[in-house]
Write a new protein. Structure first.
Length: 440
């Protein structure tokens, strides 16, 4: 059981001196995870992130060689999609939202202890989900029920903060709150589809959660925070945050969710199908092009002088590239009778955009709340480019060539390696006191 953290008496709420810093407990203690919501949320997210990355690399190794002989009670692709969508991302969201959210809303923050039970339910449930994939489908259903309870609990806590708020600007918080509700419904649909043995519906629920929950949270946070991060790091660049951009990104997410259910039984046939594919492809191309332009306007070139900002802008640029690739896939599909490179566009979104943004934002928050300089050092910068390499390899694998198996294995191994190193590095921070001796 996690004990209530005890802060050494030498640590004060003011700016500590050299003598006080020398008295700090430098050891890693599990109780220190309860000093702030981001510590607990991020640490548990790292556990799920690393476990899922290693698991998927082992699955790809077994697919390529058969050396492990893994048994499966569930489709590994579904297990992979579910944990990559609903697994570590909501845990990271909790750590961030219950740190920054109260400041946005002007309400008292929650203590990390109030988040302990729901976050442990989610983290434990996902580890059980990966185990149940090789044991029995009912084990996996039980795991998802644990996860759903934890996610619903966290969503309720966040909406409580929103209801208490009297802040004039609640748009980003409320958008995120609605996205969390979509996540709860999507996860409930996944559970029901597992019980009814409906794999197509299960996949649709996962994709709904990706576009309607995870992406919406990411773009809402990015819309609010990227201009702020830019102006704070580069004072000569003014904050520019037009709200039409947020509406455009939310519209794109809505269209993609609608497409999941419109195409549930496969591509539409006849003239209606042709018009749908054409309209969807053109929409994705236009929105993707606008977002690429926006990344440039927001300060992509200027940000390259600051590694942490560059990571944010490159991650945002991947969103535009993912939509452009999706549009090209749809339009090429008109010539071949079915969409092509669909998984390439999907992984441009998940690995290229979402994981790049995650790496940048979590690193920045972790540096700032551990008393460290807000920079991406050589290690983080190297991990970022390792991630970019894994993303390109995964997109290339979508072309379905004789090299596909090797590309999938290489991408999975690079992904797992980057996440292990990053997780171990930051996980070591969360269980230690701030290096500057301040609380939090």
């Amino acid at each position: 059981m996690i004990q209530r953290p005890v802060i050494p008496s030498g640590v004060t709420r003011g700016k500590p001196g050299a003598r006080e810093l020398a008295k700090l407990d430098r050891r890693w203690r599990i109780g220190y995870l309860l000093l702030a919501p981001h510590r607990l949320g991020f640490f548990l997210a790292m556990l799920v992130l690393v476990a899922s990355g290693v698991w998927w690399a082992l699955v790809q190794l077994d697919r390529a060689s058969g050396v492990l002989g893994l048994p499966y009670a569930l489709s590994p692709s579904l297990v992979h999609g579910a944990v990559m969508t609903f697994g570590f991302a909501p845990l990271f969201f909790s750590g961030f939202l219950f740190t920054a959210g109260p400041k946005w809303l002007g309400v008292p923050p929650l203590e990390a202890r109030q988040l302990l039970a729901p976050l442990l339910l989610q983290a434990t449930g996902w580890l059980l989900w990966l185990t149940g994939a090789h044991l029995h489908a009912l084990v996996s259903v039980a795991a998802l029920l644990m996860v759903w309870a934890g996610l619903f609990w966290v969503t309720s806590l966040f909406w409580r903060l929103i209801r208490l708020s009297r802040a004039e600007d609640q748009l980003h918080a409320r958008t995120i709150g609605v996205a969390c509700i979509v996540g709860c419904f999507s996860l409930a649909g996944l559970i029901l589809s597992q019980l009814l043995d409906a794999p197509a519906v299960a996949l649709a629920c996962v994709l709904t959660g990706l576009w309607g929950f995870v992406l919406v949270v990411f773009v809402s946070v990015a819309h609010r925070m990227i201009p702020f991060f830019t102006s704070s790091a580069m004072p000569m660049v003014a904050v520019w945050r037009p709200f039409w951009v947020l509406w455009l990104m939310l519209a794109a997410a809505t269209v993609e969710v609608a497409a999941v259910w419109v195409e549930l039984d496969g591509p539409l046939q006849g003239s209606a199908g042709w018009l749908w594919v054409l309209a969807r492809g053109l929409f994705e191309l236009v929105v993707g092009a606008v977002l690429l332009w926006l990344a440039w306007v927001w300060g992509l070139v200027q940000s390259l002088k600051n590694r942490l900002l560059a990571m944010l802008y490159i991650g945002f640029m991947w969103l535009g590239l993912a939509l452009v690739l999706g549009g090209v896939s749809q339009l090429l599909g008109l010539l071949q009778g079915a969409p092509v490179l669909g998984l390439g566009a999907l992984h441009a979104l998940t690995m290229g955009c979402l994981t790049s943004l995650l790496l940048a934002m979590v690193t920045r928050v972790s540096c700032g709340h551990s008393g460290r300089t807000l920079v991406a050092d050589r290690l983080v910068w190297s991990l970022f480019w390792l991630l970019q390499t894994a993303t390109v390899l995964r997109i290339a694998a979508a072309a379905q060539s004789p090299l596909t198996g090797g590309l999938l294995l290489a991408a999975a191994v690079l992904w797992a390696t980057a996440m292990i190193v990053w997780g171990v590095r930051l996980g070591a921070w969360y269980g230690r006191l701030r290096s500057d001796g301040r609380p939090g």
